[in-house]
Design a protein around this ligand. Structure first.
Ligand code: GLN
Length: 563
């Protein structure tokens, strides 16, 4: 069965646009709602893409602290973008480019550069029309070659930063055929103390949207439960849309169930009809149901994997968490993530790791947390706990081995300790002259050559893999010789760069200089994560078997005594 539905872009249909705005508060999951709708349109046979608008002045997300916006997601072209793009890639099963993330920084930079180049000679350069024109151009370019383009405006309606975008969308709608543009507004419907669904915040938010000159065609109410019919009627009446255009998006157990919820509410069908695509859509019985099968897989048991990170914020490691879920769907097990704060392990408190069935050390920058990460790696290596190290996690596995096995005292990455006697991880030669921080790392897709008859080869079932990167440091070639003939070997390389490490005589010990978490999808789990979860399940089952046999012996012993 193909994992992705077979869609064929039909240029005769013309591009359709779904503009998604949010009201009342941010963090309502409007991206997931939009991506879920997109997924269903894709299942119906249409090519779907998405654009995320981030109204901040940063040119891209690359320089932002994960505490502010969660993880920086990396695209195949090296774009460092908002984590919502990760959700779109995972839900739509597509690979996007940095052109799919529009920021105020990008737009202004482009317009100001054009002004300096003399492109607007004689004119006063203004937000309207120059910035708004640039926004519209970017949306049209990103939509090229697809049937439906979802455009999500970050933040909430009324934010000063978002105004030029909403104005651009207003103009856009006038320039396109009316039936090709659909406005969706996602709001919060809270409960009152006496259990009543309250529509006033939605009414206010829609009033705000309308004052900007936009009229929502669809309103999606985020609520703990489905909206009551009376709630929908009230929203319809006050916001001037038909009741059939009001949809619920209640809390669900897993984000991957949102498409099933959206489908049960009929939002996808509404969109298809509104765009006049319903008679071109695959008949319901021919649409692939594979998504449903994957995300509702029966799970047997659960395992605990420790994620030893520097930020105690789940969004900072979103793609890793999702990759574990994808592997869990495949293996048929629930993977619980235990968030372990690396700083707490620095003095060797590995008691925190006792009982976990696997350890992940994620990517990161800067000194804080590194000693705790090294400690977690030592624990996993010595206690045969399945381990996956990603980027900085890979680098710290090299440091740990250098210090504790090769006896290179004080070994470190030059990023953390410029004075280290053993810089086993050092700056990439091409970074020597780099001064700017933004967009200057070794970024995006690069190919790794995989050594046959290794764990990496077994996982990828291939002699190469192409994965996304984001780093400035790498294994120092001056130390290659010291790793020769060691149980720790580099099974994946790209020229002189070490890309994958693994350890002999260990159930699962793998590190990757790249970030496999950015290409994992439901139904297509990333090989390093799948391998980890399989090893973790194996360990958890063996442990349980051991525990059971111990109990049996104990019972026998007791029986003997009582005789
Ligand atoms: N800080 C390390 C480097 O720049 C690792 C980067 C990462 O984990 N993404 O090489």
């Amino acid at each position: 069965m193909p994992t992705e539905p077979d869609t064929h872009y039909d240029p005769t249909l013309g591009n359709k646009f779904i503009f998604v705005t949010g009201g009342v508060m941010s963090g309502l999951g409007k991206g997931i709602t939009a991506a879920s709708t997109g997924r269903l349109l894709k299942n119906a046979g249409f090519d779907v893409t998405a654009v995320k608008i981030d109204p901040y002045l940063n040119v891209d997300a690359g320089t932002m602290n994960p505490y502010q916006h969660g993880e920086v997601y990396v695209l195949e072209d090296g774009g460092e973008v908002d984590l919502d793009l990760g959700n779109y890639e995972r839900f739509l099963g597509v690979d996007m480019t940095s052109d799919h993330n529009i920021t105020t920084g990008k737009t202004y930079q482009h317009v100001i550069e054009a002004e300096r180049a003399g492109d607007y000679l004689g004119k006063t350069v203004q937000i309207i029309p120059h910035i708004t024109d640039d926004i519209k151009r970017r949306i049209r370019e990103a939509a090229e070659g697809t049937d439906v383009c979802i455009v999500e405006v970050g933040g909430t309606v009324g934010d000063i930063e978002g105004m030029p975008y909403l104005e651009a969308l207003r103009q856009f709608a006038h320039e396109e055929d009316e039936e090709d543009v659909l406005f969706v507004h996602v709001t919060l419907v809270p409960y009152s103390k006496n259990g009543e669904q309250k529509t006033k915040p939605t009414q206010h938010s829609v009033k705000e949207v309308r004052s900007i000159g936009l009229q929502p065609d669809v309103i999606v109410g985020r609520c703990e439960d489905r909206l009551d019919p009376e709630t929908k009627e009230k929203i319809a009446l006050f916001c001037d849309i038909p009741t059939e255009a009001v949809f619920s998006n209640p809390d669900v157990e897993d984000v991957y169930h949102v498409p099933l919820m959206v489908e049960s509410e009929g939002l996808d069908q509404f969109v298809l009809e509104r765009f006049g695509l319903d008679d071109r859509a695959l008949p319901a019985e021919e649409r692939t149901n594979e998504w449903r099968e994957i995300v509702t897989t029966d799970k047997e048991g659960e395992v605990d994997v420790a994620l030893v990170g520097k930020y105690d914020l789940e969004d900072a490691y979103m793609s890793i968490h999702e990759s574990l879920k994808h592997a869990g769907f495949e293996v048929g097990t629930d993977v619980n993530v235990e968030w372990v704060f690396a700083d707490d392990l620095a003095d060797g408190h590995d008691g925190q790791l006792e009982g976990v069935d696997g350890v992940i050390v994620p990517g990161g920058f800067g000194m804080r947390g590194t000693e705790g990460k090294i400690e977690a790696i030592r624990y996993a290596r010595e206690n045969e706990v399945p381990f996956l190290g990603l980027c900085l996690g890979f680098q710290m596995a090299v440091v740990e081995y250098a210090r504790n096995v090769l006896g290179l005292e004080g070994a470190h990455s030059a990023e953390m300790d410029e004075e280290t006697p053993h810089p086993v991880i050092d700056i990439l030669p091409e970074q020597y002259e780099v001064e700017n921080m933004g967009g200057t790392m070794r970024l995006g897709e690069h190919t790794t050559v995989i050594e046959p008859e290794t764990l990496a080869y077994e996982l990828y079932d291939d002699t190469s893999c192409t994965e996304r990167h984001r780093h400035r440091y790498e294994v120092n070639p001056e130390y290659f010789e010291q790793f020769e003939d060691e149980p720790l070997s580099f099974s994946g390389t790209a020229g002189n760069r070490m890309e994958i490490l693994e350890l002999e005589d260990h159930p699962y010990f793998l590190g990757t200089q790249f970030h496999p978490e950015y290409t994992s999808r439901p139904g297509q789990p990333s090989p390093p994560f799948l391998g980890l979860v399989e090893a973790v399940v194996e360990r958890a089952t063996t442990d349980t078997d051991d525990a059971e046999s111990t109990t049996e012996t104990d019972t026998e012993a007791e029986t003997e005594v009582s005789h």
